[in-house]
Design a protein around this ligand. Structure first.
Ligand code: NAD
Length: 467
C-alpha cells in the first residue's frame, strides 16, 4: 500500500469505531477532518554552494484542545497525506491517554544522510522560522517534538531559533524532546519505547487474554522480533529484554539479524554506534531480506520503523501472537483483519506509542511552571520518611543500616516522577480500552478509537457547537 492512502486508512479505522457510537454524522465528519495543513518550500544553500529546494509540511488536525502537538519527521516519504494521517493519529492518541492536546504533525522531505550536520542545522532553523512566521509554532499554539529521522539535536535548534524570534516567558515550551540544558525533561528520549514496554507488559499480565492467545502470563521468556532499531525500536526491546524477554530478531533497512537463543540489545546498540549498521553484528545470523524476518516464529512482533509494513501481502505469513505497534500506522486495516482472524492480538499505535507524547506533556508543563518536578518536595519527603523510620526503629527495637535507611527514605527525583506518571498513564489507558474491547466485543484498535472519539466529541459538545 502506498502512503497516498495513509490518511484514508486512519479514517477507515475511525469509521469502523464510530458505528458503535451514536453521534451525528456532522460531528463525526468534523472530528475526522484535518483542520489545517500548510505546505511550504524554501531554499537551502548546500556546503558545496549548490542550492536545493526543500519541501516541508505542518498539519494541525484538531484544535479542540490547544496547543496542538506532534512530531517532526525527516524522510523522503513525507507528503501532505502522510502528515495529515499522522496528525489525526496524534489527536486520537492524545485523547486515549488523556493528554490535553490537539493533534499535529510536521515533516521535511529529505534523506537526512545526504546532508551534513551544518546543512541539517540550516534546514531545521529555516523550517522553524517558516513555522513561526505563519503562526504554526508556539507554546500555546502548536508544539513539535522528535519523530522519525529527528531527535534532541533538531529540537535544540528549534528552541534556539524560536527564542531568538520570541523571547517570551514560556517560549521554551514551543517544542519538546529538548536536551535537559535547554528545558528538556529526564526520560523523554526513551519515553516512547518505555511506554511500548509498559503497554505490552500490561497486555501480557492479563492471564485471561494470554490464555486466549495460547500464551503464558507475563513477559519473561517470550520471544520478540523488532523492525526498526532507532529511538522507539531500540528502547522498546531494551526494556523488554530487561524484563527477561528473548529478543530473537532485529530488522533494519539494510538487513536483519536473527538468533533463536536471544540477542544482546545493548551490544547491538554499541555495534551500530561503532559501525553504522547492525548487519555485521557477530553474535547473530545476518539475513539480507530484512522484511522476511518479521514473518519468523515469535511471540511478540514490534514494528517500530514506518507505516504500511504489514499489509494484505504479508499479513497471513506473520506468525507472532502479539503485534505491538511502536510505529505509527504499521498495519493496514486489511492486514489487521487477517491477523485478527488468526486470533492474534494487535496492540494499536494510537495507544501503544503514546509514551512519547505523554512525557512531552510533562516537559511542556515543566516549561510553563519553570520548576523541575520533585524540586520542591524531594527533601521534605526524605526527612518525613526518615522520621517515620526512626519511630519504627524505636517501637520495634530494631535498627536499620544507613544504606537501608537511605534506600527506603529516598525522595522522588524528576526521573522517578516522569517514569511513574508514564507507567500510570499506560496502565490506566490499557485497561480503559481493554474494557471497551470486551464491552463492544471488538478489537483493541477499534476500542481505542471508540475511547478517543467519545473524548473529542465531549469537548465539541461542551463548546456548544454540537448540542
Ligand atoms: P528513528 O529515526 O529513530 O528510527 C527509525 C529506524 O527505522 C531507523 O533505525 C531506520 O534505519 C529504520 N528503518 C527505516 N526503514 C526501515 C525498513 N524498511 N525496515 C527496517 N528498518 C527501517 O525513528 P523513531 O523516532 O524510532 O520512529 C519510528 C516510528 O515510531 C515512526 O513511525 C514514528 O512516527 C513512531 N513514533 C515515534 C515517536 C518518538 O518519540 N520518536 C513517538 C511516537 C511514534
Amino acid at each position: 500500500m502506498s502512503t497516498t492512502r495513509f490518511f484514508e486508512q486512519v479514517n477507515l479505522n475511525f469509521d469502523r469505531a464510530s458505528k458503535f457510537l451514536k453521534y451525528e454524522d456532522g460531528l463525526l465528519e468534523q472530528i475526522k477532518a484535518c483542520n489545517t495543513v500548510c505546505h511550504f518550500t524554501f531554499p537551502l544553500k548546500k556546503d558545496d554552494g549548490t542550492i536545493d529546494t526543500i519541501h516541508a509540511w505542518r498539519a494541525q488536525h484538531s484544535q479542540h484542545k490547544l496547543p496542538t502537538k506532534g512530531g517532526i519527521r525527516y524522510s523522503m516519504m513525507v507528503n501532505e497525506d502522510e502528515v495529515k494521517a499522522l496528525a489525526a493519529l496524534m489527536t486520537y492518541k492524545c485523547a486515549v491517554v488523556d493528554v490535553p492536546f490537539g493533534g499535529a504533525k510536521g515533516g521535511v522531505r529529505i534523506e537526512r544522510k545526504n546532508y551534513s550536520e551544518a546543512e541539517l542545522q540550516r534546514i531545521t532553523r529555516r523550517f522553524t522560522f517558516e513555522l513561526a512566521s505563519k503562526n504554526f509554532i508556539g507554546p500555546e499554539i502548536d508544539v513539535p517534538a522528535p519523530d522519525y529521522g529527528t531527535g534532541e539535536q533538531e529540537m535544540a535548534w528549534i528552541v534556539d531559533t524560536f527564542l531568538a524570534i520570541d523571547p517570551s516567558l514560556h517560549a521554551e515550551g514551543c517544542v519538546t524532546g529538548k536536551p535537559i540544558g535547554l528545558g528538556g525533561i529526564r526520560g523523554r528520549t526513551e519515553a516512547t519505547g518505555r511506554g511500548v514496554f509498559f503497554g505490552i507488559r500490561e497486555a501480557c499480565d492479563n492471564a485471561e487474554d494470554m490464555k486466549a492467545l495460547g500464551l503464558e502470563k507475563g513477559i519473561a521468556g517470550k520471544s520478540v522480533i523488532v523492525q526498526g532499531f532507532g529511538n522507539v525500536g531500540y528502547h522498546s526491546v531494551k526494556y523488554l529484554m530487561e524484563a527477561d524477554a528473548r529478543i530473537t530478531g532485529i530488522c533494519e533497512y539494510d538487513g536483519a539479524i536473527y538468533n533463536e537463543k536471544g540477542i544482546d540489545v545493548e551490544a547491538v546498540f554499541k555495534h551500530m554506534q561503532e559501525h553504522g549498521t547492525i548487519t555485521s553484528f557477530p553474535d547473530a545470523t545476518f539475513v539480507e531480506d530484512s522484511k522476511s524476518v518479521m514473518e519468523y516464529d515469535c511471540d511478540i512482533l514490534v514494528p517500530a520503523a514506518l507505516e504500511s509494513q504489514i499489509t494484505e501481502q504479508n499479513a497471513s505469513r506473520i506468525k507472532a501472537r502479539i503485534i505491538g505497534e511502536g510505529a505509527n500506522g504499521p498495519t493496514t486495516q486489511e492486514a489487521h483483519d487477517i491477523i485478527k482472524e488468526r486470533g492474534a492480538l494487535v496492540i494499536p499505535d494510537n495507544y501503544l506509542n503514546a509514551g512519547g507524547v505523554t512525557v512531552s506533556y510533562f516537559e511542556w508543563l515543566k516549561n510553563l511552571s519553570h520548576v523541575r518536578f520533585g524540586r520542591m518536595e524531594r527533601r521534605f519527603e526524605e526527612s518525613s520518611a526518615r522520621r517515620m523510620l526512626e519511630a519504627m526503629q524505636f517501637m520495634t527495637n530494631r535498627s536499620l543500616s544507613d544504606d537501608e535507611i537511605a534506600r527506603i527514605s529516598q525522595g522522588a527525583s524528576e526521573r522517578d516522577i516522569v517514569d511513574s506518571g508514564l507507567e500510570d498513564t499506560m496502565i490506566s489507558a490499557y485497561n480503559q480500552i481493554n474494557e471497551l474491547r470486551k464491552e463492544h466485543n471488538t478489537d483493541l484498535r477499534t476500542a481505542a478509537f471508540i475511547s478517543a472519539i467519545k473524548k473529542v466529541a465531549v469537548t465539541y459538545e461542551r463548546m456548544g457547537i454540537f448540542p
